[in-house]
Design a protein around this ligand. Structure first.
Ligand code: 4NP
Length: 154
């Protein structure tokens, strides 16, 4: 089974949003059992917490489940356990590289979004704009499913 880990800073806004959205899209296509999806933060401040209210409201409004999602900090072992480690911004990239050592292969979430000028997924914890982040997350998760299909991992 192919596995995907989304990584952001706090693991309460962007990466749990991506976790919930990807799982939702997979379920809609009957592919939920084929992919293991998880998320983690580079920081540990919110460990054990449910997603941020802004993320919860946005997902609930769209009927997307976030049941059971709790924040946790990324561990070195995650880099061996997951096939795709996908970071939300440049600072996440550097932090995970630092944790991982040079050999680890990381992916940037924006690289799965077709025709975007965004270089990072904006952090709604600071921008307050959960909708903007959601639009990118939705398009990127569709891109991830497309990529997995192209690579015949689904
Ligand atoms: P996230 O957003 O990385 O998308 O979960 C943040 C959440 C919390 C904090 C920073 C970013 N924080 O500083 O507590």
């Amino acid at each position: 089974m192919v596995s995907v880990l989304f990584v952001c800073l706090g693991n309460i806004c962007r990466s749990p949003m991506a976790e919930a959205v990807l799982r939702h899209q997979l379920r809609e296509e009957g592919l939920e059992e084929r992919v293991r999806v998880d998320s983690a933060g580079t920081g540990d401040w919110h460990a054990g917490e449910a997603p941020h209210r802004g993320t919860r409201t946005l997902l609930a409004d769209r009927g997307i489940s976030f049941a059971g999602i709790r924040a946790r900090q990324i561990e070195k072992q995650d880099l061996e356990d997951f096939d795709y480690v996908i970071v939300m911004d440049h600072s996440n990239y550097l932090d995970v590289k630092n944790l991982a050592g040079r050999e680890a292969e990381l992916h940037r979430f924006v690289d799965f979004i077709p025709d975007t000028e965004y270089k990072e997924v904006p952090d709604p914890y600071f921008t307050g704009d959960f909708e903007e982040t959601y639009r990118l997350v939705e398009a990127g998760c569709q891109g991830i499913i497309r990529t997995l299909r192209e690579k015949e991992e689904l």
